[in-house]
Design a protein around this ligand. Structure first.
Ligand code: HAM
Length: 447
């Protein structure tokens, strides 16, 4: 029987024709995060299961239905991370980052795993860009992370995204709200799904984001948390809005946003698009002031967001936002025999260490076939190094676009071609600058 060569349901490969786009987007995002004072953190792809049940919450859909949990060979319960916040907070506590100057600002690009029904923009393995800011309760921090997300969308020129905002209060005001929710759902008990019946006693707020159509219909008329928040939470929320106004960031208050994870307190927000189907939330986040304590640390008010990279790429595609293509082969060196192949290998190595993209034959093709290949890969220049060229010390360099040919000395090819290539790259860069998006400037000329 042959091996199944299909990727697992809900996962996808990113092929070379697309991977450069994601790489560029990630580089831009990392640079913007850096400008906001964030440093990268990398945490393991799996953690003890308990970390997620304690932080994301054991009455959430994520924990109750979607986690990839298994027992390892040592009998430990392990879970593939369904999101990035819990691991980042665990790492912050474990490594005593609270002893560093506060706030600690970290960002990450991670793969995440949730056993959900796959559809456009919803995968079982997906990728997030996330930021976490540990150690501030100031409302200006809430506005600052929203500004960071907003800047990413603005940078790419993404249009028609809605920023929706809400406050879900603190544990004090939440108690009143839970009572109101409990009595509302108690009266509709017979129609609730089994999972929500369990949530009714333990955490009625989670019924609000149940994916069952009956429960979500009932949830529409449930009491709204914003009507129950205390004066402190109200004034915190007002200050967040004032900061957003001051930065000219548009938002709407959506009292139905509660987010699907248990750790949130006060501000919650989502960026939503109507252009990518039912899974339109491209970014979600908020405050989680109680999480550090919940995991056994000292009180550390914190906040963050995560952006779904696949959904972001879908929006870029839906809005026909072009990304710069990677530079093509600068020089193809064709060879005719072993001797010229030895010389070509050395020249290619030296030019590559000068930062140039150089290709030479590693297949054993005829010169004609090598030229065809050079054309296919879009080589900017070609040269043939044969017996005659090696003997005479001179070869012909052809500019494949203009057809122009110039003589070049084999011994000086590294220096001479480097300067020719730099001139060509500089002129092509200015042709490539796209409207409203100066990626090259942002990345300091990396691409
Ligand atoms: P979340 O809303 O569960 O929040 O996920 C954040 C983003 O990840 C979503 O807005 C969406 O773009 C993307 N996403 C979620 N599930 C999937 C999926 N199955 N397929 C594709 N994309 C998906 C969190 O994960 C929080 N940790 C965010 C956060 C960070 N809050 C504070 N700090």
């Amino acid at each position: 029987m042959s091996t199944n060569i299909q990727a697992v349901k809900g996962t996808q490969d990113i092929l070379p024709k697309d991977s450069y786009k994601i790489r560029t987007v990630e580089q831009v995002i990392a640079e913007i995060a850096h400008n906001y004072g964030y440093c990268e953190i990398r945490t393991p792809v799996f953690e003890y299961t308990d970390l997620f049940s304690r932080s994301v919450g054991d009455t959430t859909d994520v924990v109750q239905k979607e986690m990839y949990t298994f027992e390892d060979k040592g009998g430990r319960s392990i879970t593939l991370r369904p999101e990035g916040t819990a691991g980042a907070m665990r790492s912050f506590l474990e490594h005593g980052l609270f002893n560093e100057p506060m706030p600690q600002k970290v960002y990450y690009f991670t793969s995440c795993y949730r056993y959900e029904k796959p559809q456009a923009g919803r995968l079982r393995e997906f990728h997030q860009f996330g930021v976490e800011c540990f150690g501030t309760q100031s409302a200006s921090a809430d506005a600052e992370i929203i500004a960071l997300a907003n800047e990413i969308f603005d940078f790419f020129g993404i249009q028609n995204l809605r920023l929706e905002l809400n406050s879900i209060g603190c544990p004090d005001c939440r108690a009143e709200y839970h009572k109101a929710l409990h009595s509302y759902f108690e009266s509709k008990k017979d129609a609730l799904c089994n999972t929500c019946l369990g949530r009714l006693e333990r955490n009625p707020m989670r019924i609000l984001d149940c994916k069952s159509s009956v429960c979500s219909e009932i949830a529409k008329d449930a009491p709204k948390v914003i009507d129950y928040i205390c004066d402190d939470c109200k004034s915190h929320f007002e200050t967040v809005k004032k900061h957003l106004d001051s930065m000219n960031i548009n938002y709407i208050v959506n009292p139905t946003i509660v987010r699907g994870l248990d750790y949130y307190t006060r501000t919650v927000f989502e960026f939503v698009s109507d252009q990518i189907g039912a899974q339109g939330t491209v970014c979600g986040g908020g405050r989680y002031d109680g999480l550090a304590q919940e995991l056994g640390g000292a009180s550390t008010p914190s906040l963050g967001f995560a952006m779904g990279m696949e959904r972001l790429m879908l929006i870029l595609q839906a809005q026909s936002i072009e990304l710069p293509t990677p530079n093509k082969c600068d020089l193809y060196i064709a060879t005719t025999d072993e001797q010229s192949s030895l010389v070509a290998s050395r020249i290619a190595k030296d030019l590559r260490s000068e930062g140039l993209f150089v290709t030479t034959d590693i297949v054993g093709r005829s010169v004609k076939a090598q030229m065809k290949y050079a054309n296919k890969i879009g080589a900017a220049f070609t040269t043939v190094l044969g017996e005659d060229e090696i003997k005479s010390g001179k070869s012909k360099l052809k500019n494949m676009e203009s057809g122009e040919v110039q003589e070049i000395e084999v011994d000086k090819i590294v220096d001479d071609f480097s300067s020719i290539a730099i001139q060509t790259i500089v002129s092509s860069l200015s042709d490539d600058s796209f409207e409203g998006m100066d990626i090259n400037a942002l990345l300091g000329g990396i691409i």
